[in-house]
Write a protein that binds this ligand. Structure first.
Ligand SMILES: *[C@@H]1O[C@H](CO)[C@@H](O)[C@H](O)[C@H]1NC(C)=O
Ligand SMILES: *[C@@H]1O[C@H](CO)[C@@H](O)[C@H](O)[C@H]1NC(C)=O
Length: 510
């Protein structure tokens, strides 16, 4: 979860107001909006909401779980929230069960809940009131892109009211202190890291939540996510639209068409391989390794589509060129300003579609997922009743490409861990006024791109050992060379290598 994307709306204190159509174009002086925004009653969201409910109400296409023990329909609609504040699920923790809301995060691997009060949360897990809680006294800390927490490891029983039947014994990190982790306005008190053991803290021996679910309930090792907050990001709506976390498989009523699969490159984050990017059907034409520098991941805990700096700049250039708007403030692109239009003047027709090509499981092919501007030019609620304001749903990243909620909201995403692949299908709730906000096309030949764009960095423990050994050898050689008063070995590239290593350390722990 890249928390830096979770900026509260309060950060958007400025507003660049751009009114008008293509060429006639008037700018309005900057306005400052302190405090909370009022939310309009006529939310565009109700449309997507209805679609989700309709899918729910059909109730025809039932369990696709082969063992028949799980009814996926019972899990439909089990998420609340939006991309701005995250999607969360209700859980009962301890004995007797204490009800908490838990953020769903495919970009980390610890299950952690607040176990002490904090100004921004209304409830926390009181371990002394749970007869089944066992602390193991070991301390644990996790750092995210934004925010961090510290606490203690323990084990307790949990159940999920809108999840698979059964009580599961899971590792729980109890959050005793945190910084920048719980934010104002959130309605969750814990985080459910759904990624692989390799990211678990303090080490991979702490079995992640979903591994425990699969092992103890015998579910297939698959979960799928539908996030339905399209158009609502960063709002302050009271009743968030939500989505679904289906554990054990994929629920057919939540998507349309077929599921396209891309291999999971490495099992730590859900790392995928991006082959190409298009802006308005124009290929960005960067070297494909740039898109995966230093990794490309699918992360429900990240709000925006985050792109490596070079890629981000190229995309902004391409959008600027193809959008009909001429003098866009740079503050809009870097996320410090909103763009506002007079009420009713939706800006989406000024912007191009964005496409991401992913390697197909048949590696000589690819498919592309496309989002319409409705997904990445995101309404922020009306500020003064006469303007509709929007933020840019992309940001630049120094920790790789992150397919966050901005993109995931267009798709039903299947995390097929059993077959080491991620599936994308058109989400039933990514529809507005009868128009689909996302597209999937394929197959395309991947003959024009390198056979490996993922730029697999040194991640394996063995390689770490090797690289540190090499560094030690270099240090020894350096000392010897210095002693012999020969030319220093500074000019060799060893120092660069060390820098790469240290940056990898930072990026592994978000
Ligand atoms: C849980 O069990 C009840 C009763 O057997 C059943 O009706 C329900 O569909 C089950 N829920 C799930 C998610 O499988
Ligand atoms: C992959 O696709 C190519 C091109 O369509 C085809 O020739 C090949 O048989 C496919 N490979 C597999 C393993 O399906």
């Amino acid at each position: 979860m890249a928390y830096c994307a979770y900026n509260p709306i309060l950060t958007f204190v400025c507003c660049v107001c751009l009114i008008g159509v293509a060429k006639s174009y008037v700018s309005i002086p900057l306005k400052i909006y302190p405090g909370k925004y009022n939310v309009s009653s006529a939310m565009r969201l109700s449309v997507t909401r209805l679609v989700a409910l309709a899918a729910d109400g059909k109730g025809l296409s039932l369990a696709s779980d082969p063992s028949g023990q799980v009814n996926f329909m019972d899990m439909v609609g089990n998420l609340q929230g939006d991309s701005g504040r995250g999607y969360y699920m209700e859980m009962m923790i301890g004995t007797p069960g204490q009800q908490l809301n838990i953020l769903v995060d495919t970009g980390s691997s610890n299950f952690a809940v607040a176990a002490a009060s904090h100004p921004f949360i209304t409830r926390y897990f009181n371990t002394t009131l749970s007869s089944s809680f066992r602390s193991d006294g070991q301390s644990v800390a996790v750092r995210y892109t934004q925010g961090n927490w510290m606490g203690e490891l323990g084990v307790d029983l949990i159940s999920i009211p809108n999840g698979p039947n059964g009580t599961i014994s899971v590792n729980i990190a109890t959050i005793l202190s945190s910084e920048g982790f719980f934010l104002r306005g959130i309605n969750w008190q814990g985080i459910l890291g759904l990624a692989y053991p390799m990211l678990a803290r303090p080490d991979s021996s702490v079995e992640p939540f979903f591994n425990s679910v699969v092992r103890q309930l015998g579910l297939p090792d698959v979960f799928s996510l539908q996030m339905c907050g399209t158009g609502m990001s960063a709002s302050t709506v009271v009743d968030p639209p939500g989505g679904s976390l289906i554990m054990g498989g994929a629920e057919p009523t939540l998507y349309r068409g077929s599921i396209w699969y891309t291999p999971i490159v490495e099992e730590w984050y859900y790392q995928v391989e991006v082959l190409k990017l298009e802006v308005g059907e124009q290929n960005l034409d960067l070297d494909c390794s740039e898109y995966n520098m230093d990794k490309a991941i699918v992360d429900s805990g990240t709000t925006l589509l985050r792109l490596p700096v070079n890629v981000f700049n190229a995309v902004v250039d391409a959008i600027t060129r193809s959008s009909l708007i001429q003098e866009f403030s740079s503050g809009f692109w870097d996320g410090t300003k909103l763009a506002c239009w007079v009420r009713g003047e939706t800006p989406w027709r000024f912007f191009p579609k964005l496409s991401i090509y992913l390697r197909d499981t048949n590696t000589s092919k690819s498919f592309r997922i496309t989002i319409l501007p409705q997904l990445y030019i995101q309404p922020i609620t009306d500020l003064d009743g006469t303007l509709d304001c929007y933020r840019f749903g992309l940001s630049s990243s120094t920790t790789g490409l992150v397919i966050g909620a901005t993109v995931m909201e267009g798709f039903y995403v299947v995390f097929d861990r059993a077959q080491r692949r991620l599936g994308f299908a058109l989400s039933n709730c990514a529809v507005s006024g009868g128009v689909a906000l996302s597209e999937i096309d394929g197959p395309f030949s991947s003959a024009d791109v390198a056979s490996d764009c993922s730029g697999r960095a040194l991640k394996e423990p063995l390689l770490w050992v090797i690289s540190y050994t090499l560094m030690a050898v270099c240090a020894i050689i350096l000392i010897i060379l210095l002693l012999l008063l020969v030319l220093p070995c500074r000019r060799r590239d060893y120092s660069g290598e060390i820098n790469d290593q240290s940056s990898l350390v930072r990026h592994r722990i978000k």
